[in-house]
Design a protein around this ligand. Structure first.
Ligand code: HEC
Length: 172
């Protein structure tokens, strides 16, 4: 199945331009100081002493992984109420395939390759792979009509969400 993705997913989150505002060194203060020094030296002539320089706008926080997480959440939540319904097995298989597809998104890799990411990326990648495996197994179980196996792998999907958040979300 070919996925169409919104443009934001083509951005590379580890590009310096996409770093979170709080993570970027504040160069604007240094630039203002440099401009003031040039003024004192008379190099700027009439440009000095007029309008105070506006602060540079803060770069937008990169929301690409968060957007992906919201899609993951919707698919995962959608499975829960129909998990025991035989009639919904095709829908459950499709949702699990969708989760597997999101778990393969390079945005995960990008998130830990940001230059300011100081933690151990190995565990993060292990949690992502665990999510991917669990979702693939859940999809296969649903396609095979094996509901007991589907429940087991649904629980494993859930476990990988929680495990990764517990370790990598400051807000957890
Ligand atoms: C490999 C790590 C990893 C896995 C697995 C993972 N997440 Fe996340 N999740 C994150 C990170 C990192 C963020 C924070 C992203 C940001 O704020 O930029 C996040 C944020 C979220 C948020 C936003 C809530 C908040 O507190 O900021 C939701 C909702 C979410 N994830 C749902 C899920 C669901 C549902 C699953 C499993 C189906 C899942 N995630 C699996 C890493 C993961």
């Amino acid at each position: 199945m070919k996925r169409t993705r919104p443009d934001s997913h083509h951005r590379r989150p580890w590009d310096p331009g996409n770093l979170r505002a709080a993570d970027r060194p504040d160069r604007s203060a240094a630039r203002r100081l440099a401009a003031a020094l040039l003024c004192v030296a008379g190099a700027l002539g009439s440009g000095c002493g007029g309008q105070p320089q506006a602060l540079e706008p803060a770069p937008p926080r990169d929301l690409a992984l968060l957007e992906l997480m919201i899609k993951l959440q919707a698919l995962h939540r959608g499975m829960e109420p129909v998990l025991r319904s035989e009639a919904h097995l095709p829908q459950l298989a499709e949702a699990a395939r969708g989760i597997a597809s999101l778990a393969s998104d390079p945005l995960f890799e990008g998130w830990v390759r940001r230059p300011d990411f100081q933690r151990d990326p190995t565990r993060f990648e292990a949690f992502r792979v665990h999510l991917l495996d669990s979702a693939q197994q859940a999809a296969e179980a649903a396609e095979a009509g094996d509901r007991e196996r589907l429940h087991r792998f649904y629980a494993q999907i859930d476990g990988s969400c929680v495990a990764c958040h517990k370790r990598y979300l400051e807000t957890y």
